[in-house]
Design a binder for this molecule. Structure first.
Ligand code: OOB
Length: 541
């Protein structure tokens, strides 16, 4: 059985092949090419461990073979949750090589998120880390296996044993030729959607579409064997994986240096120790780096390119990047569903500081439309809709939601409000989707509202964004409660106990008698955001 996904219409698929966007090669080609060209070059530095391209190839082959021996087969799926370590990539390549289709959960995800993904995917395999509380204490794994009968295999790595497990006497060179990825037109793996609905959606990415996005991104960003890329945002996120991310670096024979997170002091040390020249960050991390650089700028001498994306980036901060960090800035406006926009390395300052770039592919069809789906004139605000050679045509098994998320022509409704200039450069000015962007971490309001409504004394809930100096946005829950003594502390513990990721816990709670409604009877979130700005109700934090 193959993995279902919404295919591109045949004439478009043909066009993308004819134009050379789709190469009909597996995503693991990024590793293969560098194994041929630069076998002994360092592919990954992870703390004190160095891995050459040959090492990554051999280790991922070993793991692939051992998974085949355990009965895994093409089109099986895998739920993976690993921190930023070399094994993230080894596991990724191992699975791709044998046609097992993974989803990479964020390391910050907890029981609810992992369970929701498993319920949708029915994975055969889970790969996780013993350093995560879910797998080091309690009975989560056993509970999950009970709930998801397909889940037969678990690889839970204790951090010190990763390398041992992969070596584990599992060299089967004679079988390596038999490894079979899924055909390039099919699903290679799933990305995660930031989402705006109750259940997080899975994004099927094909070998063809993803390989194109990696290779085009790498070309546009000037990657080469000299590239030394710091991966400090979650390794599985579309930004750090493919824009051009670690896969782009591998494809060009460069080096990826992993960091657990973007904490500046550790990152600065890594930069000076390993002569790192490129990094991808979200805006709040840039603010922290600017502060830290006041005393430690000398450590950033080798850094030449800083990509910033994932959330709104203030022009005033953008301008400080070259001046205070001594490197070039590139703005990146992308989405796990596909479309990625970049400012170009040779763009003039006003474009680099004031826009979020333009699409990477000449065949990215981008429209900026009003409520009636009519294009708006250049410079005016409208909703961004898009389709193209690497933008999905549908979420995984989400028939009903897809009706709303894609229009009749297959355009993906991004939910982003943008302005486009005469040259196709975009500025992100707002959002229509019901989502909070907490410094790049996306929170679907409905998901958290549904959890709050499960509490016995809460009858109405609305989660909205409130401005925050560092994160750009934080979340505030407006609640109607029958219990006057309900406290934020208790509610946060209640949500944590339900198993939701920490970043989704509301930063603020406001208790109100009723929620304002729009004329058609929906919660009036515009009014709530206004209320927040005016601080009109008494708050309890
Ligand atoms: C990236 O991907 P996702 O899927 O986590 O989030 C996508 C959404 C966009 O629809 C937009 O709302 C927001 O994140 N966003 C930005 C932005 N980049 C993303 N909003 C304002 N300015 C930006 N530069 O976040 C992502 C994927 C690939 C590359 C970069 C970011």
């Amino acid at each position: 059985m193959t993995i279902e996904f919404t295919p591109w219409p045949e004439p478009m698929a043909r066009r993308y092949r004819d134009l050379g966007y789709w190469e009909d090669k597996p995503l693991s080609d990024v590793l293969r090419v560098s194994c041929v060209k630069r076998p002994s070059a360092t592919a990954i530095i992870c703390a004190h461990r160095y891995f050459s391209y040959t090492d990554i190839d051999r280790l991922s082959n070993n793991l692939a073979q051992s998974l085949l021996a355990r009965g895994l087969k093409p089109y099986d799926t895998a739920l993976v949750q690993l921190p930023n370590i070399a094994e993230f990539y080894i596991v990724f390549f191992a699975l791709i090589k044998i046609g097992v289709v993974p989803v990479n959960a964020l390391y910050s995800h907890q029981r609810l998120e992992l369970t929701a993904y498993a319920q949708q995917l029915h994975p055969t395999l889970i790969v996780a880390s013993a350093s995560h509380p879910l797998f080091s204490e309690g009975s989560f794994l056993e509970d999950l296996k009970r709930e998801i009968p397909s889940l037969q295999q678990a690889l839970i790595y204790g951090e010190n044993h990763y390398a041992d497990l992969l070596e584990d006497g599992l060299n089967f060179p004679e079988q390596i030729a038999q490894l079979e990825p899924t055909p390039a037109g099919e699903v290679a793996f799933f990305q995660l959607s930031g989402g705006s609905t109750g259940t997080p959606k899975l994004i099927p990415r094909t070998h063809n579409d993803y390989l194109y996005s990696v290779r085009r991104s790498a070309e546009l960003c000037g990657l080469g064997p000299q590239t030394r890329f710091l991966c400090a945002l979650p390794a599985g996120h579309n930004f750090t994986l493919s824009s051009p991310g670690a896969l782009g670096v591998f494809d060009n024979g460069g080096t990826v240096i992993t960091a657990p997170d973007p904490e500046p002091f550790n990152c600065f040390s890594l930069i000076s120790q390993h002569q790192i020249n490129m990094v991808a960050l979200v805006p709040p991390a840039v603010a922290l780096w600017l502060k830290a650089a006041e005393a430690h700028r000398d450590k950033l001498a080798t850094l030449s390119l800083m990509q910033v994306g994932g959330a709104n980036f203030a022009e005033s901060i953008a301008r400080r990047v070259p001046e205070e960090l001594g490197c070039q800035l590139q703005q990146v406006f992308g989405m796990a569903e596909g479309l990625v926009n970049y400012t170009r390395l040779d763009d003039d300052d006003p474009l680099i500081f004031c826009t979020q770039g333009c699409p990477m592919c000449p065949d990215d069809e981008v429209l900026v439309v009003d409520e009636n789906c009519q294009p708006v004139p250049p410079g005016e605000t409208g909703m961004l809709i898009t389709r193209g050679p690497y933008t999905i045509r549908g979420y995984y098994k989400s028939g009903e939601h897809n009706q709303a998320a894609f229009d009749a022509g297959g355009f993906y409704r991004t939910g982003d409000l943008v302005q486009r200039d005469g040259n196709g450069y975009l500025r992100v000015v707002g959002r229509q989707k019901d989502q909070i962007n907490r410094g790049g971490e996306k929170i679907a309001a409905e998901e958290v509202e549904n959890l709050l409504l499960r509490h016995k004394s809460i009858s109405q809930a609305a989660l909205v964004a409130m401005p925050d100096d560092l994160l750009g946005e934080k979340s505030c829950a407006f609640l109607v409660s029958s219990d006057p003594d309900l406290r934020p502390l208790v509610l946060r513990k209640y949500l944590r106990d339900l198993g939701v990721a920490q970043f989704k816990l509301p930063d603020k709670f406001k208790f109100v008698r009723s929620l304002p409604l729009t004329p058609i009877g929906k919660t009036d979130k515009k009014k709530l955001r206004k209320v927040l700005r005016e601080k009109a109700v008494t708050s309890k934090v």
